[in-house]
Structure formats: C-alpha cells, structure tokens
Design a binder for this molecule. Structure first.
Ligand code: ZN
Length: 411
C-alpha cells in the first residue's frame, strides 16, 4: 500500500483526545483511539509482524524481527494515536497539486490558506500537498508518524535482502494531554535499546533538546472578616498572591523569552480574600538552572511565610518531564549521530530545534529509552490549516528506513 493511502486511511478515524475523560483518568480518552489501534493491529497482522500487543490503554506495539545472524541494537519508533482537542470535527483530507499563491480549502465556506500567512508554503511549489476542507485538523500530528513507521517496516518486509536488527514500533494514546500515553508506556517490557518519536514539523526538523518542566501550585491562606470590623484582622489572600507574583524575576515569562531562555509562567489565579490558588509552569533547558528556578520559588514561599505567619502559604512543586538531552550526553549521544547520518544520506538538511515544549520522547528518555524527535513533514499542527506535503511524508519514511540500516551497519 502506498504511504499516502495509508495516511489518509488513518485520518478517516476521528481520534480527537477528550480532555474531560482524560482528566478523569480514562485512557484512551476517546473511543476513536482504540478504533485506530485495532485497525493498526489488523494491518500489523496482515504484514506478518511479531509480538503484536494491544493494551486496554490502546497502546499498540509490534516487532519486525531481525534478519541478521548477529545481534545489533534494537531501534524503535513512536507515534501518537490522538489528535489535539483544538478541533474536533471529522477530517476530510484531500490532495492538492500546489503551484503558487493561496490554497482554497473550502470554496463553499470561503476558507483559504493564505500564502501571506504561511510563507513556508513557497518551498512546496510544484508538490502535492495533503490538506483538509478547512473544518478540521488534518491529524498529520501524529498520524503521519504512524504512516511513516508502518511504511518503513513494510519496506523491509518487501526487501528482505536488506539486513536489519529487531525493529520495534509503538503507538500511544493521549499525547495531547500531558503525554499520558508515554507516561503509561512500559519501557522495560518493550525491550528496545533506543528510539525516536516522529512528532515534529517540516522536513529536516530534529529535536534533541526540550524543556526540563515543572509545576508550582501555590496556595495563599488569608483571613476573611466583615468590612465593619476588618481593620487589623482581614488578611487578603488575593493580595498575598499578587505580592508573590510581583516578586518573580521580571521578564522571565513566556512572552518575553525565546530560544533557550527559561521562564516562570503565571498560568492560573483563582480565589477570594480567604483563599487563593496560583498555578505556574516552570521551564528551563538547563538541568541546574531548572533546579535553581524551583529552589527560588521554595525560598520565596518560605520568606513569605516567615513574614505572613505560619500556614499562610503552601507551595507544591512537582516535576513534569525532563530535557531529553539529559539522557543523550557524551557517549549516549549515538541516536543523534545515527539520525544525522540518516538525514544526510537522504540529502535532507538537519535543522536542530530546541523545543519549547514537551513530547513523548522526553518522557520515554526519562524512563531509560533515549528518544530524540524526527520530523513528520507536516506544518501548522493543531490548526485547520494543518497540511502535509507528500514528498516530506515519503522523506519521513526514508529517514526511518535509513536509521534502521545504519543501526544494522554500525552493529
Ligand atoms: Zn504530536
């Protein structure tokens, strides 16, 4: 089956993540994800893959067994089944032959993808591009990854003379809400030595650095009082929270930072004069500087408590995920070298991007399976303007194939 047909088949199953069900601890959070997982199992069975497993969580795994007589490292590839909840409608994908200018996605509703808004379209002139009808996501994030991994495995089944070690593939649910599928993934029993997620954008992109990420929930406890007798009694927790926020380092917020600059993000503030809860995201690329940020908040809270009185402030600091680079330092960096060579052999210029976010690979790396992030070829994730150039999708599969070959060659 051609990779384009494969991809479009996957987009026909609506796998929008359901935030309410996810928050209630249900996984997969939507039935479509299990439907896609079962569909993939049927494809894997038809292909003749080994160790096919489907869990209640909709996590699917399979193995392409080695055809070599010596043991080489087991490489693995990951994609996520769900699509983001920004758009929930069913996807109606179609292919346009892109020449120049704007792309009309939907004449009836006058939905147009404007070249002026998406200037990177220029590099795809003369290519076929898969788009939506402007009423949904395309879901190339991350079904392009699934298509590329399945296509690459099919390539080795079709060309059994090409040597390869054990190759494992895995598709996980609910990435779009806190990387839940990867968090539930059992790295131990999977048995791969290293891996790659395919979950970044345009052709050539590569991620081997992302945030060290944490959260802070700060609760301010005040003392309410009737206004006629409030003097000397009222302790307004709302104003305590404002004071706390005012003491954060100026300019170290998402709207003032980029590249590798970290931040404190005041994300949510709710309460009344008796009790106020502040929720913050803490992000930093450096392991040490991330720790310093967390320590700073703890000390700030301790200082406030000393002034405002015992029990007036509670801080709960938690780690969310780590920078994947933490597990790719020094000799452990070989998955980066292999990817570099795979891009080169395909004539693709590698663009390394420090990812100001998290991805499944960060969670998997933390669990002991180092996983940099490869491109899928798609653009405009989480938007009705999401599109996937066909040549880029084919290139994603070629990179996976090349990684498998290089792993076998290097032994
Ligand atoms: Zn994704």
């Amino acid at each position: 089956m051609d990779i384009v047909e494969r991809f479009i088949n996957y987009t026909k199953i609506n796998t929008t993540t359901d935030r309410a069900k996810g928050a209630a601890g249900i996984m997969p959070s939507s039935p479509g994800q299990m439907e896609l997982a079962k569909f993939l199992v049927s494809e894997m069975e038809a292909m003749g893959l080994s160790d096919i497993t489907l869990r209640d969580t909709a996590i699917v795994t399979a193995t392409l067994p080695s055809n070599m007589d010596k043991k080489v490292p087991t490489v693995s590839f990951f994609g996520h089944l769900d699509t983001s909840a920004e758009q929930k409608a069913d996807t109606k994908a179609h292919i346009v032959s892109y020449q120049s200018g704007d792309i009309c996605l939907n004449a009836e509703q006058n939905i147009v993808m404007k070249r002026s808004e998406f200037p990177e379209l220029a590099q795809y002139e003369g290519q076929d591009i898969i788009v939506t009808d402007g009423t949904s996501l395309l879901g190339a994030d991350d079904k392009a990854a699934i298509a590329a991994a399945m296509d690459a495995v099919q390539f080795f089944l079709d060309n059994p003379e090409i040597p390869h070690g054990d190759v494992k593939i895995a598709f996980v649910p609910d990435e779009e809400q806190g990387l839940r599928g990867a968090k539930a993934f059992d790295v131990e029993s999977f048995g791969a030595d290293f891996g790659y997620t395919l979950d970044c954008c345009g052709i050539g992109e590569f991620v081997h650095e992302n945030w060290n990420a944490g959260n802070a929930d700060v609760t301010f406890i005040g003392q309410s009082a009737h206004p006629m007798s409030a003097k000397g009694k009222l302790k307004n927790s709302l104003l305590m929270a404002h004071k706390f926020i005012a003491m954060l380092p100026p300019g170290e917020a998402p709207e003032y930072t980029d590249g590798r600059e970290g931040y404190f993000w005041v994300k949510e503030l709710s309460g009344n004069s008796a009790k106020t809860v502040l929720k913050m995201d803490i992000r930093d690329f450096g392991k040490d500087t991330y720790r310093q940020r967390m320590d700073f908040l703890q000390k700030l809270a301790d200082g406030c408590e000393a002034i405002w009185g015992e029990g007036s402030i509670q801080i709960d600091l938690s780690d969310r995920y780590e920078n994947v680079m933490n597990s790719l330092e020094g000799d452990a960096g070989f998955p980066i070298d292999i990817a570099k060579e795979a891009y080169e052999r395909n004539g693709i210029e590698m663009k390394s991007i420090p990812m100001r976010g998290g991805y499944d690979g960060a969670v998997l790396s933390q669990k002991g399976l180092p996983c940099p992030n490869l491109f899928t070829g798609a653009h405009n994730f989480h938007s009705i303007y999401e599109y996937l150039p066909v040549d880029s999708l084919r290139a994603a599969s070629k990179v996976v194939q090349e990684i498998v070959k290089i792993t076998a060659e290097r032994g």
